[in-house]
Design a protein around this ligand. Sequence first.
Ligand SMILES: C[S@@+](CC[C@H](N)C(=O)[O-])C[C@H]1O[C@@H](n2cnc3c(N)ncnc32)[C@H](O)[C@@H]1O
Length: 346
Amino acid sequence: MSAPEDEKYPRKILGYMEGFLISKTLFAACELGVFDHLEASERPLSAAEVAQALDTSEDGTQRLLSACAGLELLVVQQCNDQVVYSNTGLSSRYLTRSGPQSLYHSIQYNSKTIYLCWHYLTDAVREGRNQYEKAFGVSSKDLFEALYRSDEEMVKFMHLMNSIWNICGKDVVTAFDLSSFKIIYDLGGCSGALAKQCTLAYPGSSVTIFDLPKVVQMSREHFVSAEDKRISFHEGDFFKDKLPEADLYILARILHDWTDDRSLELLAKVYQSCRPGGGVLLVEALLHEDGSGPLTAQLYSLNMLVQTEGRERRASEYTSLLTAAGFTSIQVQRTGKLYDAILARR
Ligand SMILES: C[S@@+](CC[C@H](N)C(=O)[O-])C[C@H]1O[C@@H](n2cnc3c(N)ncnc32)[C@H](O)[C@@H]1O
């Protein structure tokens, strides 16, 4: 019997083996400002023109632009015997620094931080723990002290968190009708991007961003406009401090940072502070119950191993944690995008 077609030529494996070449091409083009420069230009540009403007080698730039064209991130045209390049609609929208849905900062963080941690993935699997010490020489036992090892790193992380909610924040805050919850606390609310989506979707509600003092200061300074009267701030440590009373607590990408024990500790505190009839909204990338996917959540779970103390979980695992903390009426909504939502009631 002859081998199946995909065994005669290992196209899939070759693609996986060389997948990092694609990521690095994207990282380099963003870092060098290729998409920003082409966006600012009134006409398509040759590699020589781009190289001159970016102060890069002509040969290297030509190869980079060509690879970006191959990845369908640039449009390539022949014009008077010259090859010239311009942005695709996708690149203009997501890869330039200033676009409203820019992924530029996410790409930077992937390039400068996550990629370095993933260099030690094999060690992380062997040891079952994050690799901050090897990747960055940080030995702090406190996860967020390591993550926020400088103000610059903290702002970069906040930009990473921010950019995803510009793309799929609306999907998670509207996965359930939250309009009956008037006082909302976004625990670990970071840059406030999800809080903004919440106030847009629910004009009758106010949202308070609860986060570590330094994060709140940065959020005030760099991310949330003072004119946004329905968003306020509360500095605190959700493990150590008493949580303020509220109708709804949002925990978006919080529990995936922590072990089951710490997650339960936090959910039990939320339950204690929650008004009767109030609730908690978990926003996480849910794994399928049978382990079959989604691939993004499976890879994110490895990312949690390399970078945090936590993991991505199945809906049933979150349900068990919520039930153990005292919550009932647990509902799960998959959004079909990166993150899903679970609503539970006190
Ligand atoms: C993975 S980020 C998620 C941010 C945000 N919820 C989002 O989805 O974009 C985790 C957040 O929890 C905050 N955080 C971590 N430990 C905390 C603590 N002990 N008390 C309050 N906030 C904390 C971090 O500063 C960060 O903003």
